[in-house]
Design a protein around this ligand. Sequence first.
Ligand SMILES: Cc1ncc(COP(=O)(O)O)c(C=O)c1O
Length: 359
Amino acid sequence: MPRKFNFGAGPATMPESVLLEVQEELLDWNGLGLSVMEISHRSPEFIEIAKQAETDFRDLLSITDDYAVLFTHGGATMQNAAVPLNLASKEGIADYVNSGHWAKRSMKEAERYTNINVAASSEHNNFNYFPEQNSWTVSEDSSYIHYTPNETIGGLCLRTIEYSDVPIVADYSSGILSEPIDIDKFSLIYGGAQKNIGPSGLGFVVVKKDLLGNAQSITPNLLNYTLIHEGESMSNTPPTFAWYVAGKVFKWLKSLGGVEEIGKINNRKAKKLYQFIDDSNFYENNINKENRSIMNIPFLLRNDDLDTKFLSESKNAGLLALKGHRSVGGMRASIYNGLPEEAVDTLIEFMDDFEKKNS
Ligand SMILES: Cc1ncc(COP(=O)(O)O)c(C=O)c1O
């Protein structure tokens, strides 16, 4: 059966060549006569996989030795607790930029472990733009400012960060590896793997080493960045299979030319879909143009009575998971690294055809 195009927000489409390699190696990895799933995380073979994945991830993002790279459990949500536990104190304060669903989730969890100040918000405008950096009002003695560079549900993003007054922390779940970023601007970035990195279950944290060593005393060992770093992300059994697949995705990305090249492809994919939506009177996207995500493109049918028909016909055409998140409705096309450009072209053809038949 031919593979379909998956526009789901995550777990997301994987590069087909990676899936084929995994399939090929599934029963017998590297001549061991075992699946990689069946070998110890402490074996020299797995440690080699883990180290190589870290090296490739570092290369892709030009991460220097000033930063620790941690591979974690619990996706991004776990880090919503780990960040304040490691970087802030119970009595202290941390700032958050409220740009939508995921920013709010981060704040809600963080306020259990420190005091929160909302430095800026676009909630009053239904999150149709990213709060401008010159409007961020950061508290005195703030431990850090947290923002969500790519709001996966709202489809808005902040592409470059200029702010530098306090340590910057970013939830990069849905933007990681989609285009180059200047890692030196950040004190910490984190995210779940299941969009641009690999299978769910794995998370990543890139943290400046000089911020380690300050965790609150209540911090569980498994969330303590210093201990995770000292234990080389193997304080307990890590999600080995996801880590192995992530390593293959990093190699795939490097073979394409790295984040520079994928960034060009991603911008091209997003541009043509936005262009099509903007040129049509049938579909719309209400996000401020400068803040439009290149990974998650929500759109509405101006006549929402046609939503169900659109979803059923797109599914029949092999275009899956286009339903928007229940909190915003409409449609959403998530077009991560692993989704080929052909998928976007096919979606545009389908949308054009649907418009002609239903206008
Ligand atoms: C920006 C962002 N942050 C956090 C999360 C939650 O991630 P996880 O399910 O890995 O905890 C998601 C999931 O889609 C996300 O898109």
